[in-house]
Ligand binder design. Structure first.
Ligand code: UP5
Ligand code: MG
Length: 192
C-alpha cells in the first residue's frame, strides 16, 4: 500500500447537502475514486459475519459517529483495493480526532470541498429521499440528530481546514447541474 503521490480531497457538508451526488459527477469527469464513508459503513453493517454490524446500525440510526477505528480501517482497505491514488473521501472526517488520526495513518488532504447548504433545504431533500431510500436515518427524528452532530462535531473540522486555506466552499443550493457547475470550476482551478 503505497501512499506516495496520493491525492485526497475530503468532501464535507451537512447531511443531504449533495456530497454523494456531486462526487458521482466529479469522479466521472476527473477520474477520482469516490469513497463514501457512510456507504462503506452500510456495506460493513450488512456483511453477515461483520463484528461491527450491530454497532454501526445503532450509531447510524441515532445519527451518532461510529468509532473511528472502524471507519478508518474501512477507508484504508477500500483505498488499497482500488489501486488508485486519487480519492474523493466523502462524509469523512466527521470530528477533529478523526481528522488527526487519518492524517497520521494515511495522509493530509490536498483540498476540502465544502458543500454549504441551509438546513431547510437539506431536510427537504432527506425527507424526500426517505420515501424510497430505505435508509434508517432518513426520518425527521434522526435527521434532527444528524444536524446536531454535524454542527457540534463535524463543522469544527471544516473550520480547522479553513485555517490552513484548504477549503473550497460551494454554495449547494440550486439544481444538481448548477451546483456541479460551481464545483467544477473550482476543481478545474485546483488542477491547473
Ligand atoms: N439532491 C442532491 N443534490 C440535490 C440538488 N442540488 N437539488 C435537489 N436535490 C438534490 O443527496 C441527498 C438527497 O438530495 C438525494 O436524494 C439527492 O438526490 C438529493 P446526497 O447527494 O445523497 O447528499 P449527501 O450529502 O451525500 O447526503 P447523505 O445523506 O449521504 O449525508 P450524510 O453525511 O448524513 O450521510 P453519510 O452516509 O455520510 O453518513 C450517514 C451516517 O453514517 C452518519 O450519520 C454516521 O452515523 C455514520 N458515519 C460515521 O459514523 N462516520 C463517518 O465517517 C461517516 C458516516
Ligand atoms: Mg452521502
Amino acid at each position: 500500500f503505497n501512499l506516495e503521490n496520493t491525492t485526497i480531497y475530503f468532501v464535507l457538508g451537512g447531511p443531504g447537502s449533495g456530497k454523494g451526488t456531486q462526487c458521482q459527477r466529479l469522479k466521472e469527469k476527473y477520474g477520482f475514486v469516490h469513497l463514501s464513508a457512510g456507504d462503506l459503513l452500510r456495506e460493513e453493517q450488512d456483511r453477515p459475519d461483520s463484528a461491527y454490524g450491530e454497532l454501526i446500525r445503532f450509531c447510524i440510526k441515532e445519527g451518532q459517529i461510529v468509532p473511528q477505528e472502524v471507519t478508518i480501517t474501512l477507508l484504508r482497505e477500500a483505498m488499497k483495493r482500488s489501486r488508485s491514488n486519487k480519492f474523493l473521501i466523502d462524509g469523512f472526517p466527521r470530528s477533529m480526532p478523526q481528522a488527526t488520526e487519518f492524517e497520521k495513518v494515511v495522509c493530509s488532504p490536498r483540498f476540502v470541498l465544502y458543500f454549504k447548504c441551509d438546513e431547510d433545504t437539506m431536510e427537504k431533500r432527506l425527507m424526500e429521499r426517505g420515501k424510497t431510500s430505505g435508509r434508517a436515518d432518513d426520518n425527521a427524528e434522526t435527521i434532527k440528530k444528524r444536524f446536531r452532530v454535524y454542527v457540534l462535531t463535524t463543522f469544527p473540522v471544516i473550520n480547522h481546514y479553513i485555517q490552513s486555506d484548504k477549503v473550497l466552499t460551494i454554495d449547494s443550493d440550486g439544481t444538481v447541474d448548477e451546483v456541479f457547475d460551481r464545483v467544477d470550476s473550482l476543481m478545474t482551478k485546483t488542477l491547473t
